[in-house]
Design a protein around this ligand. Sequence first.
Ligand code: PGA
Length: 254
Amino acid sequence: MTPPLLIGNWKSNTSYTEAVSLVDASLEAVIAADGKVWVGVTPPFPWLMALRERLGQGHLWIGAQNCSATEMGAYTGEVTASMLKDCVTFVIVGHSERRAYYGETDDVVRAKVTRVLEQDLHAVLCVGEVLEQRQAGDAEHVVKTQLLAALEGYPEDKLYRLVVAYEPVWAIGTGVAATAEDAEDMCAFIRGVLNDRFGDSSDIIIQYGGSANEKNAAELLAKPNVGGLLIGGASLKPDAFAAMIQAAVSLSLI
Ligand code: PGA
């Protein structure tokens, strides 16, 4: 079994100085975890190369929060996966903030997954329903549709390069996380969809994200289908992030 995977999604936060102290603090916690937990952080684009050089390729993985759906070319302002290849290990794709604020459709998300794989990077694919969809009983349908659309044509020999993050939109940045039971139910559902799609999907890690913090991490991670956490706000607080890494380590010792 793979260790739990904790990823910090820093979003559009941090000065360079803050970014350096955050990675240094996270690295300390990761080294103490001694391989029992896998940990990544996703600083803003401008800091990536310098942080990668600071950290080297070991212990703490550096990822990007987004990439272009296109290859290199006349696309002003876009950052391609090929440019990211030298500074990151993984790329978050299809985060709900990208879908909601920048109009990313399932087709765009699928193109981004393809670009990420072309560069031999790992894709952290985010899926999740909004509150109205959950209240209407449509959550599973929405998540399944997003998943299958993003994974159309996904090569079966690259499953180890895929992480799926279940992030109910109503839980992101709200302080109201899904209950551990709800997170488990949806992660189990996602596992079923992936098994139907690929046969054996055990190489794919499934994370929960949405107001995960140092208080609820252990309960969420204790669920059998929750293989990790995608962490926004709490990943910007060194003590909280370190406590979550420590919680994951403690569970791995049980
Ligand atoms: P949050 O964000 O932990 O601040 O809710 C999670 C995310 O957006 O990935």
